[in-house]
Design a binder for this molecule. Structure first.
Ligand code: GRF
Length: 218
């Protein structure tokens, strides 16, 4: 049996993904050791998930760290020695120096089928483009915004009467499940960043893994 995966989670908002990972740990599905939750917003509702479960937490923003935010975030993370840093709705762009400190050990969730719709407003942009499908991605973080190697995705069809609200409502539970499945791969030490790509069990992937509610698709 391998060691629990030491994970630090960075949030800015509701932290529903963090909550679902805590629940998966508590249910015995994921061998995770949450070493810290960091928020850049002192009033992020997601901090309650850390407070309520005894996970160490910190607020690091301009008010607490001045212009050295990246330095303080990096030093705080380094002090906790995480195996993996998860950006989960963390709405702050990190500088290259911080990203490079954790290269290969930092992942982000993004609500689009990357490389489509990097950045903000992804739901609206997909609807306005008339896309037939939408989805979510989990990717390694590199210095370019939402540009690192994509590990895995999940997809759903866009219905004619969908709006941004209905798409969020349908995607969010799928995102939670995708994240749990990706975290399981990390717990099993099966995924690594391989140059500009991703390796699973030491084999470089030609395309991101695709997850459906029925499981991983070949
Ligand atoms: C998710 O949609 C994630 O893809 C995006 O931010 C959202 C976070 O939601 N990066 P929550 O804070 O976990 O509820």
């Amino acid at each position: 049996m391998s060691q629990p995966l030491r994970v630090a989670v960075l949030i800015s908002g509701t932290g529903s993904n963090l909550r679902s990972l805590i629940d998966a740990r508590d249910a015995g599905r994921l061998d995770l050791d949450f070493v810290r939750v960091i928020s850049n917003k002192s009033d992020a509702p997601g901090l309650e998930h850390a407070r309520g479960t005894g996970i160490p937490w910190s607020v690091i923003n301009k008010a607490t760290a001045g212009d050295d935010q990246d330095q303080v975030v990096g030093d705080t993370l380094a002090g906790d020695a995480p195996d993996l840093v998860l950006l989960s709705g963390y709405m702050r762009i990190m500088g290259a120096e911080l990203v490079n400190r954790f290269e290969g050990r930092m992942i982000n969730q993004h609500p689009s089928l990357l490389p489509k719709y990097k950045g903000l407003d992804t739901y609206r942009r997909a609807l306005e483009a008339g896309d037939a499908e939408y989805g979510a991605s989990v990717h390694f973080v590199t210095a370019e915004l939402d540009d690192g190697p994509v590990i895995a995705q999940t997809r759903l069809p866009i219905e004619p009467d969908d709006d941004a609200t209905s798409l969020v409502a349908r995607l969010r539970p799928l995102e939670h499940r995708l994240l749990e499945e990706v975290m399981a791969l990390f717990v099993q030490r099966r995924v690594t960043m391989a140059g500009a790509g991703v390796a699973l069990d030491g084999q470089r992937l030609e395309a991101p893994l695709q997850w459906t509610p029925e499981g991983w698709r070949a």
